[in-house]
Write a protein that binds this ligand. Structure first.
Ligand SMILES: Cc1cc2nc3c(=O)[nH]c(=O)nc-3n(C[C@H](O)[C@H](O)[C@H](O)COP(=O)(O)OP(=O)(O)OC[C@H]3O[C@@H](n4cnc5c(N)ncnc54)[C@H](O)[C@@H]3O)c2cc1C
Length: 567
C-alpha cells in the first residue's frame, strides 16, 4: 500500500489553524518562512513516500533479530536510516552550533508525524535520538555536547532512553540501577533495563544510551535519580567509537506490533558513563527528553491514523458489495460514517498536536512563562488524544476493510498492531490524564480556563457566519468550565484521578470543535465547513457523557470489593 504524506494539510493547519505565523514572527524562528516550510515538508514527504513507506511491511514480516548478541535490523532499514540522516531530519530542531537546523518544533512535529504514517518502526529510531539531542543540549556539559551532539545530529551515532526496569515502569522512582563514581569524572553504571527501543542497531557506529540510575547517596524515589550517558563504544582520543563498553543487549521482546523496531533488554555491568545534569537531578533532565518524546508519540498516533485513513479510503473505493450508485462500498452510509469519523478526528488530533508544538516554539522563542504553561498543559492532551485517535482510526480502518482488514496482506491490521503501544509508552495515557488534572492544575485551573476563554471568544466571532456550530462549541465550553471548577475543588486527589481520562478526552473533544470551527470559518460552504459540521454535530456531543463521568468522583470506581470484582 502506498502512502502519500499529506503536505497540503500541514500547510493549511500551520497557516490557518494553529497560527504558525506568530512563531515565524519571532526573531528566533524568523528564517522559517512559509516558502521554507513548504520546501521542507515537500522534501520530507518525498522521503516518506518513496523510501520509508516501502519499509513498513518489510519490518513486519522480517523483524529485527539478535544473532549471537549482534543486532540485525530488518532489510532496508539501514538504507532508510541513512536517508533520514542525510536529509538532516534527525537534527531539524537541534542547535545550529552542532550541525542542526534549529527549525521550529511545529515543522519537526509535521515531519515526525508523516514518518510515523510511512513506517512507525523505523521512525522510532530518529525520534529517540532527537529526545537525546534535546536532553544533552539542555543539561550536558560543554565537553559532552561537543563530542556527542554533532554525531547524534548527523546520524552517525544514535540515541536511546533507558528508564524502565521490571519493577519500575510508571513508577520510575522504584528503579534499582546503580552508578558509582570511578574517581576520574566517569561513573560505573550497573543494572538491567527492559523495553529499550532501538537499544542497538547495525547502522550506526555507536549507540548512546541515556540511563537513569541511582548514586550511592541518592535518596529513594525520583529525587535520588541521576542521568548518565553510557555509549556502546567508548570514544577514543579522536572522539571516534573506540573500545566496547561493558553493556549488552540480552534479548529482544516478542511484541504485538512494531516488529521492525527492536525492543531490548539491556544489561549494564559497571559500564562507563558520564553524568548529564546535576547529581540527583536526573528526572529534570529526563523530563526534557520525555516532553519532546510525548509530543512525538502523540504524532505517531496521528501519523498512523493518516496511513490507516488513506488505506481505508482506497479500499472503500475499490471494493464492490451490495447496491450503491457506484457499486463500491464507499457509497454505503455506514462506510461513509466511518470514513467521515476518521477524517474529522484526524483533523482534530493533528490540530491539537500542532497547536501544542506552536506553544513549545513560542516558549523557546520568548522564554515566556505563559507559553510554557500552555505547552505543558497541552502536552498530555496531545499525547493521549493523538494516540487514542491513532488506535480508533486504525481500528475503524480494519472495519472498513471487512474480513480483508483482519487478513495481514492488506496492511490494515498492521497499523492497529503497531499503534497499540502508543498509549502505553512515554507515560501511559492514564498517567498523562492524572498529570493534567493534578500537576497541570496546580494553578487552580487558570491555564485550563484561559484556553476555554479563547475557545469561547472564537465561538462568539463564529456566531455571525456559523451560528449553530458556534453555539454548540460555546455550550461545550461552558460544560468544560464547570467540570474544571469541580475538579480543582476536589481536595481528595483520587476524586480527580477517577475522572482524569474522561476529562482529558472531553477537553480534547472541545479543542477539536474549536479547530474545526476555525476551519469552517476559513472555508464557508467548502469541504472544511462540511467536515466541521460533521464533527460538531456528531462527535463533539461525546463531551457531555465524558464530563458526567469526569465529575462522578472516586467512590463509584471502588464500589465493588475485590471479591465482588471476582477475586
Ligand atoms: C514497545 C515498547 C517500547 C518501549 N520503549 C521504551 C524505551 O525506549 N525506554 C524506556 O525506558 N521504556 C520503554 N518502554 C516502557 C514503557 O514506557 C512502559 O511500558 C510504560 O511506562 C508503562 O510501564 P509498565 O509497562 O511497567 O506498566 P505499569 O506501570 O505496570 O502500568 C500498568 C497499568 O497500571 C496503570 N498505573 C500504573 N501506575 C499507576 C498510578 N500511579 N496511577 C494510576 N494508574 C497507574 C498504568 O496506567 C497501566 O494501565 C517501552 C514499552 C514498550 C511496550
Amino acid at each position: 500500500m502506498s502512502f502519500r504524506a499529506p503536505v497540503p494539510e500541514y500547510e493549511f493547519m500551520l497557516n490557518h489553524i494553529v497560527d504558525f505565523q506568530q512563531v515565524t514572527a519571532t526573531e528566533r524562528f524568523a528564517e522559517a518562512t512559509e516558502e521554507l516550510a513548504t520546501a521542507i515538508l515537500t522534501e520530507a514527504g518525498k522521503l516518506c513516500d518513496e523510501v520509508m513507506a516501502p519499509l513498513q511491511r518489510v519490518g513486519d514480516l522480517e523483524p529485527s533479530r539478535l544473532e549471537n548478541g549482534v543486532l540485525r535490523s530488518s532489510t532496508g532499514y539501514a538504507a532508510g536510516w541513512n536517508a533520514i540522516a542525510e536529509g538532516g531530519w534527525i537534527g531539524m530542531s537541534a542547535p545550529e552550533a552542532h550541525g542542526g537546523m534549529a527549525l521550529p518544533m511545529a515543522l519537526t512535529a509535521c515531519v515526525n508525524e508523516m514518518m510515523s504514517g510511512a513506517c512507525l518502526s523505523l521512525q522510532l529510531a530518529p525520534l529517540m535520538t532527537q529526545g537525546e539531542i534535546e536532553a544533552l543540549s539542555h543539561h550536558a556539559s560543554d565537553a559532552l555536547k561537543e563530542l556527542y551532539l554533532p554525531k547524534l545530529i548527523s546520524g552517525e551515532w544514535s540515541g536511546t532512553m533507558n528508564l524502565t526496569e521490571s519493577q519500575a515502569g510508571s513508577d520510575v522512582g522504584a528503579l534499582s540501577t546503580k552508578a558509582v563514581s570511578n574517581g576520574d569524572g566517569t561513573f560505573a553504571v550497573s543494572g538491567q533495563k527492559i523495553f529499550i527501543t532501538w537499544g542497538d542497531n547495525d547502522f550506526c557506529s555507536n549507540v548512546c544510551h541515556l540511563v537513569l540510575a541511582r548514586l550511592p547517596d541518592g535518596v529513594p524515589g525520583t529525587k535520588g535519580i541521576s542521568l548518565f550517558l553510557v555509549p556502546k563504544f567508548l570514544p577514543d582520543e579522536n572522539g571516534d567509537a573506540g573500545a566496547a563498553n561493558s553493556l549488552k543487549v540480552v534479548s529482544l521482546e516478542h511484541k504485538l506490533g512494531l516488529h521492525g523496531s527492536p525492543t531490548c533488554v539491556m544489561q549494564y555491568d559497571g559500564a562507563t558513563g558520564w553524568l548529564v545534569g546535576k547529581e540527583n537531578g536526573g528526572m529534570a533532565a529526563m523530563f526534557t527528553m520525555m516532553n519532546n518524546a510525548r509530543l512525538g508519540v502523540g504524532g505517531q498516533g496521528v501519523g498512523v491514523g493518516e496511513g490507516a485513513y488513506q488505506q481505508a479510503l482506497a479500499y472503500a473505493l475499490e471494493r464492490k458489495q451490495g447496491y450503491s450508485e457506484s457499486g463500491a462500498i464507499v457509497d454505503h452510509a455506514d462506510v461513509r460514517r466511518m470514513l467521515m469519523t476518521m477524517k474529522a478526528d484526524l483533523f482534530a488530533a493533528r490540530a491539537t498536536l500542532l497547536s501544542c508544538a506552536v506553544a513549545i516554539d513560542m516558549q523557546t522563542a520568548t522564554n515566556d512563562a505563559d507559553w510554557a504553561a500552555r505547552a505543558a498543559f497541552l502536552t498530555p492532551i496531545a499525547k493521549a488524544f493523538g494516540t487514542d485517535t491513532g488506535i480508533s482510526m486504525a481500528d475503524t480502518g480494519v472495519q472498513v476493510h471487512g474480513g480483508m482488514g483482519y487478513i495481514e496482506e492488506t496492511g490494515a491490521a498492521q497499523f492497529l498492531r503497531d499503534v497499540r503501544v502508543t498509549p502505553i509508552y512515554e507515560g501511559t495515557n492514564g498517567i498523562q490524564a492524572m498529570d493534567l488534572v493534578a500537576r497541570k492544575m496546580l494553578d487552580g485551573g487558570d491555564m485550563a480556563n484561559r484556553l476555554i476563554d479563547e475557545i469561547e471568544e472564537q465561538a462568539e466571532r463564529g456566531r455571525i457566519s456559523h451560528p449553530n456550530m458556534a453555539e454548540s462549541v460555546w455550550q461545550a465550553c461552558e460544560s468544560l468550565r464547570e467540570a474544571t471548577e469541580w475538579l480543582v475543588a476536589q481536595d481528595t486527589m483520587n476524586d480527580r484521578f477517577a475522572g482524569a481520562v474522561p476529562y482529558l478526552r472531553a477537553f480534547a473533544r472541545v479543542l477539536g470543535g474549536h479547530f474545526h470551527l476555525a476551519a469552517a470559518m476559513k472555508d464557508p460552504g467548502g469541504p472544511r465547513e462540511k467536515l466541521a459540521r460533521f464533527y460538531i454535530t456528531r462527535l463533539l456531543p461525546e463531551h457531555a457523557s465524558l464530563l458526567a463521568h469526569a465529575q462522578a468522583g472516586a467512590e463509584g470506581v471502588y464500589a465493588l470489593s475485590l471479591e465482588e470484582l471476582g477475586v
